[in-house]
Design a protein around this ligand. Structure first.
Ligand SMILES: [Zn+2]
Length: 251
């Protein structure tokens, strides 16, 4: 917007008036920028924690510690390169229920939810990456934990986001195929992932590597490999947000 005209005669007052006008212009003329930032809120959920170590590799590396490290790396990239608000469901080694994670994401009005885990298989030779989103039972309610707590209505929230969750999963999948060509593609799968039914935003669970595979455990101990994984997750999020929000990044 054009600066307002100034009739002030005193230089100091004129300067103050111009500074005030510039400030008003900067605030008023960028509503799209402000709106764009509020449209995207990325929730990163490091799996397990506290009493729950998750998968433990043969060499002793724990899923809970590695997932937190990966989530922090992804958050840092988003903070530095995209500037979208982000939230970690846990930022330390603490026990957190699945319901608490979902509640935090919904309470923060998240628009993208990525739960980061590592896979474990009885067969130690299995390695690679896999991505999961919620499968709705056809004609029936979304799956919820057996014997759970009266959250059945809440657990239908994800129904409205299944298509976007599938697109988010595929965006991540493509990045991993590109960045980890020698790893096994364990695929994108729709599964009854509890408590994803409660999430009112596109949501996926990613297992970027297999901790029971000794080679991958060795790689996961190396910062460079964790950084590569974080970068692939970051790129998948970037591609999805850009498509879903009409070019919401700032490259
Ligand atoms: Zn896990």
């Amino acid at each position: 917007m054009p600066l307002m005209s100034c009739r002030c005669r005193r230089p100091i007052l004129r300067t103050l008036f111009i500074l005030l006008s510039v400030s008003v212009c900067l605030v008023i003329s960028h509503p799209a920028w402000v709106a764009a930032r509020q449209d995207v809120f990325i929730v990163l959920d490091p799996g397990h924690g506290g009493d729950d170590a998750g998968v433990i590799g043969a060499g002793g590396a724990t899923e809970k510690d590695l997932c937190l490290d990966l989530a922090e790396r992804v958050k840092k990239k988003i903070d530095q390169l995209l500037g979208y608000p982000t939230f970690l469901t846990r930022s330390r080694d603490e026990t957190l229920s699945l319901q608490e994670r979902a509640a935090q994401a919904n309470n923060h009005l998240g628009t993208v939810y990525i739960s980061i885990h590592l896979a474990g298989f009885p067969d130690q030779s299995v390695h690679g990456f896999g991505i999961y989103y919620l499968r709705q039972v056809h004609g029936g309610p979304l799956p919820s934990e057996k014997g759970s707590d009266g959250l059945s209505l809440w657990n239908t929230q994800q129904a409205a986001y299944l298509d976007q969750s599938s697109l988010l999963a595929e965006a991540l999948h493509q990045e991993f195929i590109k960045d980890f060509p020698s790893d096994t593609d364990l695929g994108v799968h729709a599964l009854p992932v509890y408590p994803f039914g409660a999430l009112s935003m596109p949501a996926v669970l990613i297992e970027p590597a297999v901790l029971t595979n000794p080679v991958q455990e060795g790689l996961l101990r190396k910062e460079a490999f964790r950084e590569e994984i974080a970068d692939a997750i970051f790129q998948g999020i970037r591609v999805f947000v850009k498509a879903d929000h009409g070019g919401g990044d700032h490259e």
